[in-house]
Write a protein that binds this ligand. Structure first.
Ligand code: CDP
Length: 796
C-alpha cells in the first residue's frame, strides 16, 4: 500500500499555506533598507532641479561646505573628474548621474550633500546656489518631433533630433492588402497615461566601502541585485568579487526598483571617498518626481473587419515618451518591450506594428510597472480596440471576442507579430466569466435602467500575456542572457536551505518556493528555509520583475530538486541493498518495487549522504540548477466589470467585477488570489484615480498623494475571483504560468470599457485614463473624446 505523503499536509503544490514572511512583517520585524544602521554612518540628500529644461550656468556650493556637519558635496563637475558624471542605462543609452551641462527634467539630480544627519544634508542642499538659464520644455512626443523642437540630448554626438528609435514588426504589405479587403475599418486613438508604481518604501541605498578589505557592501532596495553588482563593477570599475549587494526586505517594487538610479552611484562614490558608510533614502516627492515612471504611450490603432465579425488584420502605431534618458530595463532586442504581444489571444492572419520612441523633458520612463516590458500598454490597446470594433460592427462584445479567439485545438499558435503561444482555453474562461457576472441578465437590466435615465455599462477584457523572460536566445539585458537559478542544500537531518537568483518584494517567494521543494522531494515546506537577495550567497539571477519568478526561478527550483532526487535514489538503492532500477519513488519515499513496504524516506537518504554513502560517491546532498526556459508562459485572463455612471456628475461606481484567471498549476492558491486582488486594485486605481501628469512648463503635476491617489480598502470595489479553468504550461516542469501582473495588465481595459459602454449613446469613442469625473462628465455633455495628453505651451 502506498505510504506517499499527503501533498497538501506537507505544504506542497495546491496548499494554501500561510505566508511565512508574514510572521515578521505583521510583527513589525521586517528588515528594510532604512532599518539598516551601521557604525559611523553618514547621510546623503540630493538637490534636484526645479526646472524641466535649463542650461546650468554655475553651481556654487561654498555655503553648503561651510555648514557644520557637512562632509562632502558632490557636483557633476566633481563626478566628471572620476568619469562618473554620466552612467550607462539598461537600454544602451547614457544618463546623467549629476547634471553638468543642462537639466533635462524637473527633479533631476544636480548635487548631493553627505552630512552627519539627513537634516543637515537637506539644509546644505538648500544652501547650494545654482544659476539656470531656462530652455523651452518638451512634454509630449508630438512636440518632440515637431519642426524646430529644441534638441534635448545635445550631449550626444550625432543626435540631431529627439527620436530614440523607430521600430517595426510584422508584415506591412500583407496588412495593407488585408485592409483593402475589409468591410469595416475600426480606428481608435488614445493615450495610456504616465503612471507611477509608487511602492510604500521609496528607493535607497547604504554603501559601505571598507578600505582595509577593499570590499564594497551595498544594502539597497533593488529587485535585481546581481544586475546591480554587474553595473557597479562596470561603471565604478571595481572587481565584481569585491562587491556585495544585499537587498533586504523590500516594501513593494512593482518595477520601480529595477533601474540603476543616480542616488545609488553617488552614495557608493561618497562611501569610497569618505571611507564611511553612506545612507541615501529617497523621500516620497523625490520618488514620485524622479524615479522610473511607466507607460506614457500613444496609440493609433486600426482593425480590418469582415462584416461577420472576423478580424482580418491589425495595424498599430505607437509613440512612446521615454523622458530625458532611454533607461528602460527591457530585453535589448525589443525597443518597445513586448508591445508586439498585443492580440496574441486572437487568431488574426496578419498584422503590422510600428513604434517610435522620443526624448522629452520628463524623468526617464519605461518602467515595467507590474508588467512585462510594455505588455500592459499592449493589452490595454488591444482590448480597447476590440471594444470599439465590436461596437462599430454592432456586435455583442462577448460574441465578437469568441469568434476571434485562438481555438483550444490550435496550439502551438504563431501570432502575427511573432510569438508562439502554447496553451489555453480562452472560450471556456470567457464562459465562466459571463456566467458569473450574469451577462444576459445585466444586458436586460441595462436597457431597463436606460429607460429611467440611468447609465449602466459592462466592460470585458480578455487577454493572454507573455510572462517569464527568457529564453536566452532572444532575451538579454545589456547582453546578459535572461535565465535563472536555484541552489538547494539538504542538511543531514533532512532540513533544507534553498537560494534563488530571484528577489521577491512581497510576492511570498519564501512560502511558495518551499512548496515546490515539498512537491518534488516530499520535504515538508516548513523544513525549508528560502533565501534571496544577497549576491555573496545567492546564485546568479536576473531578479524579479515581469512576473518571471515562477516561470524561470520556479522552474530552476523544480530542476535542482530533481537533481537531488536523482542522487537520493542512488543513496536509497545503497540503503535498501537493491539496484537503482528496482526502486520507485512516491512523495517523500523510495521503495522496492517488488516489496513496497521496504523503503527509505528522503530524510533517511539525506542522513546517508553525510554518514553512509556508497563507496566512490561524493558526500553531501546539495546542487544547483540554471534554467533557460524554452518559451515564455502564457496565462489567460478574463475580467468583466459592471458599472453605473452618474450622468449629472460623471462619477462612476463599480457594481460587480469578475476575474477568471488561468495561470496553469497554482502553487499556492491563496497567494495567487492575493496577487490577482492586488493587481485588480492597481488596475482600478489606474482607470479611476491615479493622476500624474505634466503641465506645459514640464512641472510634474500629481507628485504627491493629494493628487496621485492610492486606493485604500474604502475606495476599492469587491472582486469575485474564479479558478475553474486550469491549463498547465506544457513546458514548465510543474505546469505553472506566471500570475503576478495579469490583473494589473488586463484589468484597466475592463473598467474603461465598462464606462465607455455606459455612455455609448453619446457616440464618444474614448476617454483617456484616469476616468476622473470631470472627464466623464465632459464626454457626456460635450459628446467628444477626452484626451489626457499633457498640454503644450502656447504663447497666448
Ligand atoms: O515574479 P513574481 O514573483 O512577481 O510573479 P509570479 O512568478 O507570477 O509569482 C507571484 C507569486 O504567486 C509567487 O509567490 C508565486 O510563487 C505565486 N504563484 C503561484 O502560487 N502559482 C502560480 N502558477 C504562479 C505564481
Amino acid at each position: 500500500m502506498s505510504q506517499a505523503l499527503d501533498e497538501i499536509k506537507i505544504g506542497g503544490l495546491g496548499a494554501s499555506r500561510r505566508r511565512v514572511e508574514d510572521n515578521r512583517f505583521i510583527r513589525g520585524k521586517g528588515n528594510y533598507t532604512d532599518d539598516v544602521v551601521l557604525p559611523g554612518m553618514l547621510h546623503m540628500e540630493i538637490l534636484r532641479s526645479p526646472l524641466a529644461h535649463a542650461r546650468i550656468k554655475s553651481i556654487d556650493a561654498s555655503k553648503a561646505w561651510d555648514i557644520p556637519g557637512v562632509h562632502l558635496v558632490l557636483t557633476g563637475e566633481m563626478m566628471a573628474t572620476r568619469n562618473l558624471a554620466w552612467m550607462p542605462t539598461l537600454s544602451y543609452d547614457t544618463q546623467a548621474v549629476l547634471a553638468t551641462d543642462k537639466v533635462r527634467f524637473q527633479g533631476q539630480e544636480v548635487a548631493c550633500v553627505i552630512a552627519d544627519d539627513p537634516y543637515i544634508a537637506k539644509d546644505a542642499c538648500d544652501a547650494i546656489d545654482v544659476e539656470y538659464e531656462p530652455l523651452p520644455p518638451i512634454v509630449n512626443p508630438m512636440q518632440a518631433v515637431a519642426e524646430g523642437a529644441p534638441i534635448i540630448r545635445d550631449d550626444k554626438e550625432n543626435q540631431a533630433d529627439n527620436i530614440i528609435y523607430n521600430w517595426e514588426v510584422g508584415d506591412a504589405e500583407g496588412t495593407d492588402r488585408a485592409f483593402a479587403q475589409a468591410d469595416v475599418i475600426s480606428k481608435l486613438h488614445l493615450h495610456y497615461p504616465r503612471s507611477h508604481p509608487s511602492p510604500i518604501e521609496c528607493c535607497g541605498s547604504i554603501a559601505d566601502f571598507n578600505r582595509s578589505t577593499s570590499k564594497l557592501t551595498v544594502y539597497m532596495t533593488t529587485q535585481a541585485p546581481h544586475i546591480i553588482r554587474a553595473a557597479v563593477a562596470l561603471v565604478a570599475e571595481l572587481p565584481e568579487h569585491m562587491i556585495r549587494i544585499i537587498s533586504p526586505d523590500i516594501g513593494g517594487g512593482f518595477g520601480n526598483k529595477v533601474p540603476v538610479y543616480p542616488g545609488y552611484v553617488c552614495s557608493i562614490l561618497a562611501s569610497i571617498l569618505l571611507e564611511r558608510p553612506v545612507k541615501w533614502i529617497e523621500d516620497k516627492s523625490g520618488n514620485l518626481i524622479s524615479t522610473g515612471f511607466a507607460r506614457d504611450v500613444y496609440l493609433d490603432g486600426e482593425l480590418a473587419l469582415r462584416s461577420d465579425g472576423k478580424i482580418l488584420a491589425m495595424r498599430m502605431h505607437t509613440e512612446a515618451d521615454h523622458g530625458a534618458f532611454f533607461a528602460d530595463a527591457q530585453p535589448s532586442k525589443f525597443k518597445i518591450g513586448l508591445m508586439h504581444s498585443t492580440f496574441a489571444c486572437y487568431d488574426i492572419p496578419v498584422a503590422h506594428l510600428t513604434a517610435r520612441g522620443t526624448y522629452t523633458n520628463k524623468a526617464p520612463g519605461g518602467v515595467a510597472y507590474r508588467c512585462s516590458f510594455r505588455v500592459t500598454e499592449a493589452m490595454f490597446f488591444q482590448e480597447r480596440m476590440v471594444h470599439a470594433a465590436a461596437n462599430d460592427l454592432g456586435m455583442d462584445q462577448a460574441e465578437f471576442r469568441r469568434i476571434n479567439f485562438v481555438r483550444d485545438d490550435d496550439f502551438p499558435h504563431r501570432t502575427p507579430l511573432g510569438f508562439l503561444t502554447d496553451s489555453g482555453q480562452y472560450g471556456e474562461c470567457l464562459d465562466v466569466g459571463l456566467q458569473a457576472v450574469g451577462y444576459e441578465d445585466f444586458l436586460r437590466q441595462k436597457e431597463e435602467a436606460k429607460a429611467n435615465g440611468r447609465l449602466l455599462g459592462i466592460g470585458i477584457s480578455t487577454m493572454t500575456e507573455p510572462l517569464g523572460a527568457g529564453n536566452s536566445r532572444e532575451y538579454d539585458i545589456l547582453g546578459i542572457k535572461m535565465f535563472d537559478s536555484a541552489e538547494l542544500r539538504v542538511h543531514m537531518t533532512g532540513k533544507a536551505l534553498l537560494r534563488t537568483g530571484a528577489r521577491g518584494q512581497g510576492q511570498g517567494h519564501e512560502t511558495t518556493w518551499a512548496q515546490i521543494v515539498a512537491h518534488e522531494l516530499g520535504i515538508p515546506a516548513e523544513d525549508v528555509t528560502v533565501e534571496e537577495g544577497d549576491t555573496d550567497t545567492a546564485p546568479f539571477g536576473m531578479g524579479t520583475y515581469a512576473s518571471r519568478s515562477t516561470p524561470v526561478a520556479g522552474a530552476a527550483i523544480a530542476m535542482v530538486c530533481r537533481k537531488i532526487r536523482a542522487k537520493s535514489r542512488k543513496l536509497a538503492a545503497h540503503l535498501l541493498e537493491v539496484s537503482e532500477e528496482d526502486i520507485d519513488w512516491e512523495l517523500g519515499r523510495f521503495y522496492v518495487r517488488s516489496a513496497p513496504d521496504r523503503g527509505v524516506t528522503i530524510q533517511e537518504c539525506a542522513m546517508a549522504a553525510y554518514s553512509n554513502m556508497p563507496d566512490g560517491m561524493e558526500p553531501g546532498l546539495e546542487n544547483n540548477a540554471y534554467y533557460d526556459p524554452p518559451n515564455l508562459t502564457w496565462p489567460f485572463a478574463c475580467y468583466i466589470v459592471t458599472v453605473e455612471v452618474d450622468p449629472q456628475t460623471g462619477v462612476w461606481d463599480v457594481l460587480n467585477m469578475v476575474a477568471v484567471d488561468d495561470c496553469g498549476v497554482r502553487i499556492n492558491p491563496m497567494i495567487v488570489e492575493g496577487q490577482i486582488m492586488g493587481g485588480l486594485t492597481e488596475a482600478y486605481a489606474m482607470a479611476n484615480m491615479q493622476f500624474i501628469t505634466f503641465d506645459a512648463e514640464g512641472n510634474c503635476v500629481g507628485s504627491n498623494y493629494m493628487d496621485y491617489l492610492l486606493p485604500t480598502s474604502w475606495e476599492t470595489p469587491g472582486f469575485e475571483l474564479h479558478a475553474e479553468v486550469m491549463t498547465p504550461c506544457p513546458h514548465h516542469p510543474i505546469g505553472a504560468k506566471g500570475i503576478g501582473e495579469c490583473a494589473a495588465v488586463g484589468g484597466p481595459a475592463a473598467f474603461v470599457n465598462a464606462v465607455m459602454d455606459a455612455i455609448k449613446d453619446t457616440g464618444v469613442r474614448n476617454i483617456d485614463m484616469p476616468l476622473l469625473p470631470d472627464r466623464v462628465w465632459e464626454a457626456i455633455t460635450q459628446r467628444h473624446d477626452v484626451s489626457g495628453a499633457p498640454p503644450v505651451h502656447t504663447d497666448d
